[in-house]
Design a protein around this ligand. Sequence first.
Ligand SMILES: [Zn+2]
Length: 496
Amino acid sequence: MKARLTIPLILLLIVLMSVTATGSDKIKVSIAGGYNDVAAFWDGSVYFVSLSELADILGGTLTWTTVGHRVEYKDIGFKFNFLLDSPFFVLNDTSYNMTYAAGLRQGQLFVPVATLLPFLDRVTPQKLSWSRAERTIRVDSEYFNVNDLSIQAKANGVLIELHLSTALAYEVFVTEGNWINISMRDARINRSRVLSRKDNRLMRNLKVHQVENNTGQVSIRLRQKPDKWHHKLVHDPTRIQISITDVDFELDTSPTPILGPDDKIDVIVVDAGHGGDDYGAIGSRGTREKDVVLNIAKKLASLIRKDKKFKVIMTRDRNKTVSLERRAEIANQAGADLFISIHANASPKKRVRGWNVFFLAPALNDSARSVEQLENSFFLRESHQSQNPSPSDAFEDPILSILNEMIMTEFQAESNDFALMVDREFRRRLDTPARGVDQAGFFVLNKVFTPSVLIEAAFISNKSEENLLKSKKYQEKVAKGIYEAIKRFKGKYEND
Ligand SMILES: [Zn+2]
C-alpha cells in the first residue's frame, strides 16, 4: 500500500513543479454583459480553473471537509463532492470522471475546465460554455425559457404554474399513477430550479425530461388522481396554468406552518442593520453599511406601506443605536409575521461579490460562518464592552448554545422557505452574482419569535458593489425583490 501511495505523490510533485514552471494565469468569465477574472493555470495540456473563485460568481457554497481532502460544492438542486488529486467526483450520488485530477493550489480547489464544465452546466440555473480559444467561460442566464414551477393548494383544488420567458407550444396529459405531464416544444428547462420546487406536501414526485429534439417535459406525480382539470397560457408574466378542481387537497401536514395568532400575514418588521455608533462594515470609499442598509430598509418600508394588506414597522428609521434586544422586542411586541434584517457584507478579499440570504440555523460551512462571525461581532462588541473582539473571541462564544433551539426549529422551515422566495426574486432582478440561501446563527434573529431572514445585499468591501449599494437604483431593486417575496410568502402561508 505504501509503495502505491508514494507514486502518485511523486507524480503530484512533478505536476506541481511543472505547474510552477508554467505559472499562474487567468480565465475570463463573461456574465451579465461584464467580465470577471478567475484564477487559472495551464498544466501543459489543459486549463485548470479555481472552482473556489468560480463558485463565488455562480453562487452556491464550497466547503472543505475531513481535513481538506474532500470538497463539497453545492447549491439548490446539486451537490458535487471532489477528492483532492483524484479525477473522480460524485455529483448528486452518482460518480463521474473528469479525466484530470482536482487539485489544491494556494488554498483553492482547481478543476479541469473543459471536462468539468459540462457537468456544472447540467445542474446550474445558468447555461455555461467554455471557449478555449478565447480562454473564456460564458455564463448565459437568458438561456432558459422554462424558468420556474409553482404548485399551490387552493380551497377548491390545486394550481400548478409553469413560468416561461416566452410563449411555447405545449400539451398537458395525465398518465398512470397520477402523473400530470406538461410537454413543451422548443423548451429549455431550468432543471435545477424546477426540481427545487418539489414539495412533498403537495406531490409524490417531480421529474424533468429534456429530449434531444428540444422537447421538454415537466411531470408531477400528484397525491390523488386528477380527473377534472383545465389549462391555459396566461401572460404578464407568461405562464402555463393548470388548475385541478376535483381533488380536495389533503395536505400532508409535516411541517405545519406555524403562524401568528390571527393566521394573517400582515405585520412585517424591517430591521436596518447597525446604526448610531455601530457603523457596520465600511467600504474603501468610506461608505458605511449603517447608511446604505437604512436607505434600502426605508425603500422597502415604503413599498410595503403602499400595499394596504400590510402593516410595516421599522426597528430604526434614522441613524440611531438600537440594541439587539430592543430589535427583537420591537418585533415580538408588534406580533411580527416576518422579520427582515438588512445588511451589507464585507470580506478581506476585495474581489468577492454577490448577495446572500440567510435564515437562522447553525452555520454549515466556512463562508456562512464568516458572515455570522462578522455580523455577530458588532453585537459582541456592544454586549461585552470589548473594544475590538478578535474573530477568535467571537468564535469562542458558544453560539450554538446561545441560540434558542426552540425558535430555530419552530420557524426554520418557514424562514428557509421565505429565504428561497427572496433568492428567487433576487436572481430575477439583480445583476450581482447570486451566493444564494444559507443558514447561520445570527444573534439578531434568535430572539425573534417569527420567521426571519438576514439579507446581505452586496459586498461593501468590493469597489463596484460599494457603488451599487450607494445607488438608488440598486437599493430600489433590492427593496422590490424583498417586497415581492413578502407577497409570495403571504400567498403561500396565509389561510384565507
Ligand atoms: Zn451588518
